[in-house]
Design a protein. Structure first.
Length: 166
């Protein structure tokens, strides 16, 4: 069974732009259900990104996500080194700041990819990021995923794949 590893933008963009907490309760009830049954999970680095605003979204996450929702990314250090090697090998394409930001130990993206890389058959990243291979000032999640054969999709594609509606 596939497990979907959600990026912080899964929550942030939904809350800010598409499914506000006070209006789209069906979406948030479905997210809670998927989190409780283990269909969606995330990692500690995403938690750090979500829990630094002290806003309604953080409160919702604290109140509705299971205690074991955010997994420990230190378990995938070997895979993280693969992601790092990929990024540094492209120093002729990406600007130094783009590589440094991507590899910053406080940032979630490289660790999300590493977490999925640890079990490519079962783990799929859910992100709203779109592939931009020509971009030089930012490494978007789809580029390392494509290079390392890690699956990714967006929120709506995930709901279609698992056959869920709200």
């Amino acid at each position: 069974m596939a497990i979907y590893i959600v990026d912080s933008n899964f929550f942030i963009q939904a809350h800010r732009a598409i499914y506000p907490l006070d209006i789209a309760t069906g979406f948030w009830n479905k997210v809670k259900q998927l989190a409780e049954n283990g269909t969606i999970i995330s990692i500690d680095k995403v938690k750090d990104e979500l829990y630094d605003k002290n806003d309604d979204l953080e409160e919702w996450c604290r109140d509705n996500l299971p205690d074991n929702f955010f997994k420990d990314s230190s378990e995938v250090i070997l895979e993280y080194t693969q992601v790092c090697s990929w990024a540094t090998s492209l120093n002729g394409h990406y600007l130094p700041n783009a590589i440094n930001e991507f590899l910053d130990s406080e940032e979630a993206d490289a660790f999300l990819i590493a977490y999925s890389l640890a079990d490519k058959l079962e783990r799929i990243i859910v992100t709203q990021e779109i592939s931009q291979p020509a971009r030089k000032n930012k490494i978007k999640i789809p580029e390392p995923c494509n290079a390392l054969n890690v699956r990714y999709l967006n929120t709506i594609e995930m709901f279609r794949q698992i056959g869920e509606t709200f």
